[in-house]
Write a protein that binds this ligand. Sequence first.
Ligand SMILES: *Cc1c(COP(=O)(O)O)cnc(C)c1O
Length: 384
Amino acid sequence: MNFPNLLTPGPVPMPPEVYRALGEPMTHHRTPEFNRQLRSCLSSLKGVFQTDDPVLIQTSTGSGSMESAVVNTLSQGDEVLVIVAGKFGQRWRDICQAYGLKVHTLDVEWGQPLHLDNLKKCLDLQPQLKAVLSQYCETSTGALLPIKEIATLLKNYPSILFMVDAITAIGAVELKTKKWGLDVVCAGSQKAFMMPTGLSFISLSEKAWLANQKSNLPKYYFDLNRERQAQLSGQTYFSSAVSHIKALSAYFEYFNSKGGLEFSIQRCAELSLATREAMEHFNLDVFPKPPSPSLSTFLLPERVSAKKFRQHLEDKYQTIIMNGQDHLVDKIIRIGHLGYIKNQNLIDAIVSIGMALKDMGLPIRENQLKLAKLACQNTLKGEA
Ligand SMILES: *Cc1c(COP(=O)(O)O)cnc(C)c1O
C-alpha cells in the first residue's frame, strides 16, 4: 500500500507499535488482562496530564470530551465565558449554547494574541461566571493561548472553573494540570497520542468534581461520575473500545521507549522549528501570534489559493497538509507536527511544498529548495 505523507493536525501518522496492536485478535473487555491494560493506560495518562486526579477515557472523538466537560460540571442557567479565537472556540460556545447556558464570549481576532487585560475586564464585568472555557492550541489558526497565565489570573476568582481544550496541545507543549490549577482538561486520541480517532481523555480537578455533585445538566452516556467509579475498578461503564485501548497501551510503550513527555515535547519543538526555518526560504510568513509548536500555519501570497494549493500538493506530491477554515479557507496552510513523523517525512514535505509553490507560479529557485532542505536537516537532531 502506498501511504501518503500525512502532516495534518490530526489524524496523524502512527508508530509501528500502534499498527501492530490494532491488528491483534479481539479479546473481551471483562477480563483481568484487559483490566490490567486499562489501568496501566489510566496511570500513564495522569503522567501526560501532569495530575494525580483521575483522567478518564471516553469512547468518542475529542469533541465528546468537550461536551462531557460542560454537562458534568455546569447547571441550567449558569453563565460562562468562552474565549473564541477560532473554529474550536466556536465549538465550546456552541456546546454551551446547546445546553442552554448563558454564554458570554471574548472574541479574539483569529491568529492574534489574547490580551489578558481584556480577559480581566470580562471577568470583572460578569461576577456570576461559573466557568471560563478556552483552547490551549486553537488548531484552526495554529495559535497558542496563554493558559498558564490565564490560570494564574483565575486564582483571583475562586468560584470559576477553568476548562481547557488541550486536544492539540497536550504532549506538544508544557501543560501542568495540577500545578497550574486547570479544572477540566480535554484531549483526543488522533493527535499527540498517535492513534486512530475514537478515544477522548478528560481530567477533572477536585473543584470540578465538587461542581459535578451539583451539576444538573442532562447527561447519560457521558456521565463522568459513573464512569469514574467503573474506571477506578479497571473497567469502563459501557463496552470498552478494546482495540483502541490496546493501541493506546502500545502508544505508551513507544512513548516510554523514546523518553516520555520530555521527548514528545522536544520532538514537536524541533519539527516546528525546522519547518519554520525551512519555510523562511520560500518567503512565507508564520500566521498566528504566538504559534503553537503542534502545527505551523503560514500565510500564502494573495494570488495563491490555499485550497487549490492543498489539493495540488496531495494530487501531485502525495503530501497531505490542511488549508484554513471559514474566512481563512483560501489564505493559510497548516502543517501538523504531531504524530510519528520521521525526519525524512518532514524534509520530503518541505521540498514538495517548495515545488508546489513553484507550480503555482511563485518564483522559487532551485537554490531556495536546497537551502530549505538544508535548514530542515540541520535543525532536526532527534528522530521519531
Ligand atoms: C481536533 C480538535 C478537537 C476535536 O475534534 P474531533 O473532531 O471531535 O476529534 C477539538 N479541539 C481542537 C483544538 C482540536 O484540534
